[in-house]
Write a protein that binds this ligand. Structure first.
Ligand SMILES: Nc1ncnc2c1ncn2[C@@H]1O[C@H](COP(=O)(O)OP(=O)(O)O)[C@@H](O)[C@H]1O
Ligand SMILES: [Mg+2]
Length: 326
């Protein structure tokens, strides 16, 4: 048709048309490119998502592996701790059975003597002989000790079980109010076999119960104290000092310090990295501190380390008294 102006199409029109066509083509190409970009983007997002999932899985596995490694060490310690009092009870029960046997026999013989009648002097002499023969004095004197031994063995086993319960907090997997001094005390008791020959100074302050996942915080205490014990392993008479105190309105500060060799200043920035360890293979996993760091962070807290001027190092954590996610 004719243009609206009524004029015939001229060279200008052709040029205009050409330009429009070109621009149309560019627009179409752009649209295609955008579409392709979108697709790529979608692919990329899917890949990132898959990779993130994979990382999360790996991380969970690592956390689990560290747990199993410390559980292994730990179980050995507990077996040792439990073995002592149980041996105690077993040994005492053996004596108890012997004694009860003898006492039963004594009663039977007394009985026979009484029934046989006879002169009073004869009976008294026979009774004396009987007491002598069956070592009744000895047995009666020993019985109290035997019972005491059993009781102490049972007490120790009961205390160990209580510490284990406090430590694992299996009954409280979620946030709950925890007495940190109690928790630390239990952890130290459970690490006893690892702490032989090390002085442990406890400076428990008057701190309010903290809202936290008890089992997780115990894992942190365990890592810090076990690391301190490892650091002191080669030293005679090292000291670990554990303290708790209130820090400001909202926080509690817990410090675990030792007088071991401290940390090489060049390595300080690395010790919280997963897998960083200076311990020999099979001894260290290098995960304790990185996991501890994550746990403390999850509780709205901080975990720091510093070498002490007089040797050794001090790990200090501060956590919120009220849960962070409120
Ligand atoms: N109290 C400490 N004294 C000296 N070095 C320490 C102490 N605590 C931690 N470290 C250093 O930090 C490293 C990482 O600790 P951690 O993450 O618990 O892993 P692991 O104990 O398995 O080596 C240790 O290998 C050690 O070199
Ligand atoms: Mg460790």
């Amino acid at each position: 048709g004719r243009p609206l102006s009524g004029r015939l199409y001229g060279g200008d029109d052709r040029r205009l048309l050409l330009t429009l066509a070109n621009q149309g083509a560019v627009a179409i190409r752009n649209a295609l490119a955008v579409e392709q970009l979108r697709n790529w983007n979608r692919d990329l997002e899917a890949k990132v998502e898959a990779r993130t999932q994979e990382l999360r899985r790996t991380q969970a596995q690592l956390v689990h592996r560290e747990k199993m490694a410390s559980v292994g060490q730990f179980v050995a310690g507990i077996a040792h701790e439990l073995n002592n009092p149980l041996n105690f009870i077993q040994g005492n029960l053996y004596h108890l059975r012997e004694y009860v046997g003898t006492l039963t026999k004594a009663i039977e013989e007394y009985d026979a003597l009484v029934r046989s009648g006879g002169e009073a002097e004869r009976s008294a002499a026979e009774i004396d002989a009987l007491r002598e023969r069956l070592e009744l004095e000895l047995i009666l004197g020993d019985l109290t000790d035997v019972f005491e031994g059993c009781r102490e063995g049972l007490d120790r086993s009961t205390r160990l079980v209580k510490d284990l319960r406090t430590f694992s907090r299996l009954d409280q997997p979620d946030l709950s109010l925890v007495d940190l001094n109690d928790a630390i005390e239990s952890t130290i008791n459970l690490l006893r076999s690892k702490l032989i020959g090390i002085r442990v100074e406890k400076d428990y302050g008057d701190v309010p119960p903290v809202e936290c996942i008890g089992g997780q915080l115990n894992q942190v205490f365990m890592n810090l104290i076990a690391n301190a014990a490892d650091a002191l392993e080669e030293r005679e008479g090292g000291t670990i000092r554990v303290s708790t105190r209130r820090a400001g309105e909202d926080h509690v500060r817990i410090e675990v310090a030792d007088d071991g060799p401290g940390i090489d200043p060049e390595l300080v920035s690395k010790i919280f990295d997963p897998f960083f360890t200076t311990k020999e293979v099979g001894k260290g996993t290098g995960l304790g501190l990185s996991i501890s760091y994550a746990i403390v962070q999850r509780h709205g807290g901080t975990l720091e380390v510093e070498n002490r001027p007089d040797g050794g190092c001090c790990f200090a954590m501060e956590i919120r008294i009220a849960s962070a996610d409120e």
